[in-house]
Design a protein around this ligand. Structure first.
Ligand SMILES: [Zn+2]
Length: 91
């Protein structure tokens, strides 16, 4: 499995909504209950988050994820000051 952000637009009443789940399956309209296919799907299996300390964490949703992404941290990058890059070059 993985983790997806899905965009829906109801063909019956025209409202739009989003949902996050571990598969790109159909959802029911929260307004009229019509079954709707996602109009667009964004893959959130691997994301990058900035932290307050100025670094970036790479988070990965493992195959075991079902009702939550269960993100695991797989890497950390330094900030744009370059202090973690080889040679410590500055802009
Ligand atoms: Zn609807």
């Amino acid at each position: 499995m993985a983790w997806y952000l899905k965009y829906y637009e109801c063909s019956e009443c025209g409202i739009k909504w989003t949902d996050k789940w571990s598969c790109a399956c159909n959802d029911r309209c929260p307004n009229c209950d019509a079954e709707t296919e996602p109009s667009d799907v964004e893959n959130l299996t691997c994301i990058v988050r900035s932290t307050t300390s100025g670094t970036f964490r790479v988070m990965f949703s493992p195959d075991s994820a079902e009702s939550t992404p269960d993100y695991e941290q797989i890497g950390v990058f330094g900030n744009e000051s370059g202090r973690r890059y080889p040679g410590g070059r500055k802009r």
